[in-house]
Structures are given as structure tokens and as C-alpha cells.
Design a protein around this ligand. Structure first.
Ligand code: SAH
Ligand code: F3S
Length: 480
């Protein structure tokens, strides 16, 4: 879930036609910054507000209510949102009745302070308070302040059927856990998204059934730490010890959940994100090996290759333990792609630590990577206890070295597909050419190939790979 994918502005707030309610009269413009979880949360918000009379609109200018789902992960992510608020301000001058709300991690982090800092903002709502939105909107309309940033130990929105926004009708996200208990010292997420909770597996299967009924072909199971999924009747994971023997005996872990999904929906292919090295066990790898419809791709953030830095980051594993996990993946799933998140220049990082990151990368040769310079976040343990002491230009240089090495490895991985035939799920027309389709193979590599007129969006097709770049495979469809 590492991508800071900023969604195409023109496509914001567009729901599948099947999700539009005829009798709804008010218009909601909603956009998301940050991770896939935010995108999925916006779909949950659209569903809650659909029951309160709002249909989504792709046009900012036409909106009665504008909601922005925000990201706090790095300072830059917050700056991007502040810029966006300026744009809303300009639109509000033309349409003064328009209300503006801030959702997500920045709302949780800044709370009431947001109303003072950004005069344009009418309501501030944290990630666990979306059910309260209809009430809060009424408060705003009555001229009162509307802030709800209460974090929950139970909320999973299990019963809410998300309105699929900007959807290609082929692939969708389904949340399985919320929050994170890991407390990595650099990370703001445990503060903005609260304690880790798992969602009832029956509600997960029900949501996937709804997607299958609408002809969706790919589901990505989402959580900050999916491998830590544990259902024993609800509540925090730490309370599992106190649960009844029956609850423990019937509990469902992530491997069980994946197995259930893959068996119940043989026509859907499954992905999941994100895996935390300390919580990923070989059980999950064996379930992945057992099912063709579980994609052979693991996003396995490591942040640094130095055990010393892993300790400072409060990651619960060493470099050697991570390498053992990688070796197990290669053994059990020889064709599995692996991707990383890396942070360059965390507090106290020496040149030696940095070299260990590069050498770990050389060992794993990741297929993809999401790489960032360390950005101090207020309230985290690192901000409180550690000096952000790596000078900006050194952070930048180390980051560049990491990115360049990743490009080399990405190309190496893509080249392994040359001459091979891969199965691709068609996800849309190529951005660069109307004559080409784009899709992804099991390993999550983007594949581009010519349209033949015989295949359609949502089809699984066989493509023979002819050329590649460091991030894309290019080929031709093979007749079955
Ligand atoms: N477990 C989560 C991690 C969310 S944060 C998940 O689902 O992916 C995504 C990535 O952002 C992290 O893996 C880390 O590489 C990066 N990140 C988090 N906090 C950061 C910070 N303070 N500075 C720079 N990068 C950060
Ligand atoms: Fe953040 Fe670490 Fe959780 S990176 S989301 S605290 S696993």
C-alpha cells in the first residue's frame, strides 16, 4: 500500500452506474490522496452518504459537498492536500453554499486545529467516524462546528457495501483489517488510524460475492498489516488471549482467510497488501502455492537493510530473518515477484547502514520498489526521541542510489519474461494508445499489447512478451 497515488482529477468521484441512486438529489465530490486504504475508505464514505441523499459527481464545481481523504505519511503528502484546499477555496468563491470536509489521516492528526488553520474547512472527520458523517453534515448546515476524530477499537465498516469509485469494473479493493499496532518509530499511521482490528470473514466473503455478481475479476485484500489478520469474534488482537476456547478454536488467521477466498471464488484472482515481514509466515506462502487464483506477488516493505537501523525503527526482525523469509518465498513460490518500501536517511543512518540497504537490494533484486527520503512526523517516537540528523543532501543522494539500483533490478526482473507467455487480466485501454490494452500479470507487472477486436475488458488472455522497460512488459496476444 505504499503508493502515494494521486488520482486523475477528471475521474474523481465517479461511481459505477449501478451505484447511482435515482432519488438522491445532493452531489458529493470526493477525492483521495495516499494509500489504497484511503481509496477504499472513500468508497465506504460514498456508500454511507448515498444513504443520506448524495450521489457522487466528477465535477468539483457542481458539488454541494466536497470531501478530501487525506494522507499524513510524509510532510509532502500533507502539503499536497493544503494546495488542493486552495483550489476548493477558489471554487467556493463561485459557489458559497458548497461545504468542504477533510477526512482521513490529516483530519485525525490535526483535529480541531484544522478548522483554525484552514478557514475553508467546514468539517473534520477521522477514519473511524465516517458513520457519523450524515449527522455532522446536518451540524454544518445548522451553522455549527463539526468535528469527530474519535478512534474506535471495533469499527471495521463490515456491513457497508462500498460504492466503487473511478472503477474499471474489473478490480476492486476489500479491506480486511484497520489500524496498526506495530509502532514503527518513524510512522504516523498508528496515531492516525488507531489500533488494529480485523473484520468478520463472513462480511468479507459477502462483499466479494457482491463484486463477483457485478462481474469483477480481481480483488485486493487490504490492511496495514494483512498477515496479522485474526478473527475470533471481534475486538483488539491483544484481547485474543482472553477470548473463550470456542472463539479461539474457530478463529480465522490470514492464511485461512486467503484459502477461504480462493476456494469460494475460483474465477476471481486475489492480491493482498501489505505484508509485514515479522508477521508473514510460511503458512501463507503454502496457501499461495496451493491456489492458481492467488497472484504470485508479495509487497514486503523492509525500510532498510541494516539490522541496527531496523532496531531503531522498531521493526521486529533482523536483516538475517528477513533474508530467511525471502529464501522461503523463493523456495515455496519460485515465480513470485517481491517489492519493497525503503526509507533513505532515517535518524542516525550511517554510510555503512546505507551500504547494507544496497547490498540487501542486490541480494533480493526486487521487482518493484517504493522509495522515500525520511520525513519526520510529529508525535512519532522518532520525532520525540531521535535527531533527524542525516543532512538533506545526503538523504537525497542515498535515495537516488536506491532508486537507480531498483531501476536496474526492475529491468532485470522484467527481462526474465522476454519470450515467455503470461496470463493477463485486461484492466483498460493503454493510456498511451487506444489501439492497445493494458493489464497485469500474476506478478503485478503491467503488460501492454495490441487490441485484436476479439477480447474485452475483464478478460484473461495469454500474451507473449516481446520487449520491456524497467516497469512494463510489451507483447502480443496469443490465440488460444
Ligand atoms: N504497513 C503499511 C505501511 C504504510 S506507510 C502499508 O500498508 O504499506 C507506507 C510506507 O511509507 C512505509 O512502508 C514506509 O516506507 C513509508 N513511510 C512511512 N513513514 C515514513 C516517514 N516518516 N518518512 C518516509 N517514509 C515513510
Ligand atoms: Fe506504519 Fe509500521 Fe504499521 S510502517 S503502518 S507502523 S507496520
Amino acid at each position: 500500500m505504499a503508493t502515494e497515488n494521486i488520482i486523475d482529477e477528471k475521474k474523481q468521484g465517479q461511481a459505477l452506474v449501478t451505484d447511482i441512486k435515482k432519488d438522491n438529489t445532493k452531489k458529493l465530490f470526493i477525492e483521495s490522496y495516499g494509500c489504497q486504504m484511503n481509496l477504499n475508505d472513500s468508497e465506504i464514505v460514498a456508500a454511507i452518504l448515498s444513504d443520506a441523499g448524495f450521489n457522487t459527481t466528477p465535477h468539483l464545481e457542481a458539488a454541494d459537498l466536497v470531501l478530501v481523504n487525506t494522507c499524513s505519511i510524509r510532510e509532502k503528502a500533507e502539503q499536497t492536500v493544503r494546495k488542493r484546499l486552495e483550489k476548493y477555496n477558489a471554487v467556493k468563491k463561485i459557489n458559497p453554499r458548497m461545504k468542504v470536509g477533510v477526512l482521513g489521516c490529516m483530519a485525525e492528526r490535526l483535529k480541531r486545529q484544522f478548522l483554525e488553520e484552514e478557514k475553508i474547512v467546514d468539517l473534520v472527520v477521522g477514519p473511524d467516524a465516517y458513520r457519523d458523517l450524515p449527522n455532522l453534515i446536518e451540524e454544518v448546515e445548522a451553522g455549527r462546528e463539526a468535528v469527530n476524530v474519535i478512534l474506535s477499537k471495533e469499527e471495521t465498516y463490515a456491513d457497508v457495501s462500498p460504492v466503487r469509485l473511478n472503477s474499471n469494473g474489473v478490480s476492486a479493493f476489500v479491506s480486511i483489517t484497520r489500524g496498526c499496532d506495530n509502532m514503527c518509530t518513524f510512522c504516523v499511521v498508528p496515531f492516525t488510524r488507531g489500533r488494529e482490528r480485523s473484520r468478520d470473514p463472513q462480511s468479507i466473503l459477502k462483499e466479494i460475492q457482491e463484486l463477483a455478481d457485478k462481474n469483477f475479476k480481481e480483488v485486493t485484500l487490504l490492511g496495514q498489516n494483512v498477515d496479522s489478520y485474526l478473527w475470533y469474534g471481534g475486538g483488539l488482537k491483544k484481547d485474543f488471549k482472553k477470548a473463550s476456547d470456542i472463539a479461539k478454536a474457530t478463529s480465522v488467521g490470514f492464511d485461512n482467510l486467503l484459502d477461504l477466498c480462493a476456494i469460494q471464488f475460483p474465477k476471481i484472482r486475489f492480491r493482498f497488501s501489505t505484508s509485514n515481514p515479522q508477521d508473514m509466515h510460511t503458512d501463507v506462502l503454502h496457501i499461495m502455492a496451493k491456489h492458481d487464483n492467488i497472484c504470485k506477488y508479495i509487497h514486503l516493505p523492509v525500510q532498510t537493510g541494516s539490522t541496527r537501523m531496523l532496531g531503531r525503527m522498531n521493526r521486529q526482525h533482523t536483516r538475517e530473518e528477513y533474508i530467511t523469509l525471502i529464501d522461503n518465498i523463493r523456495k515455496i513460490l519460485p515465480d513470485c515477484a517481491i517489492s519493497q518500501d525503503m526509507i533513505a536517511g532515517f535518524c542516525g543512518e550511517t554510510e555503512e547502514d546505507h551500504q547494507e540497504t544496497l547490498s540487501l537490494m542486490n541480494y533480493v533484486k526486487y521487482d518493484f520498489g517504493f522509495m522515500f527520503a525520511y520525513s519526520e512526523r510529529p508525535g512519532t517516537l522518532a520525532a520525540k526521541k531521535m535527531a533527524d540528523d542525516v543532512p538533506q543532501e545526503i538523504k537525497k543522494r542515498r535515495l537516488t542510489e536506491i532508486i537507480q539500483l531498483q531501476q536496474k533490478h526492475g529491468l532485470y526482473r522484467m527481462e526474465q519474461f522476454l519470450g515467455k507467455t503470461v496470463e493477463v487480466l485486461i484492466e483498460g485501454t493503454s493510456k498511451k494508445s487506444d489501439l492497445h490494452w493494458k493489464g497485469r500479470n500474476s506478478q503485478n507487472a503491467v503488460v501492454i499489447f495490441s487490441k485484436t477486436g476479439e477480447e474485452a475488458l475483464g478478460d484473461f488472455v495469454q500474451v507473449k512478451i516481446e520487449t520491456c522497460t524497467s516497469a512494463t512488459l510489451i507483447g502480443e496476444k496469443i490465440k488460444k
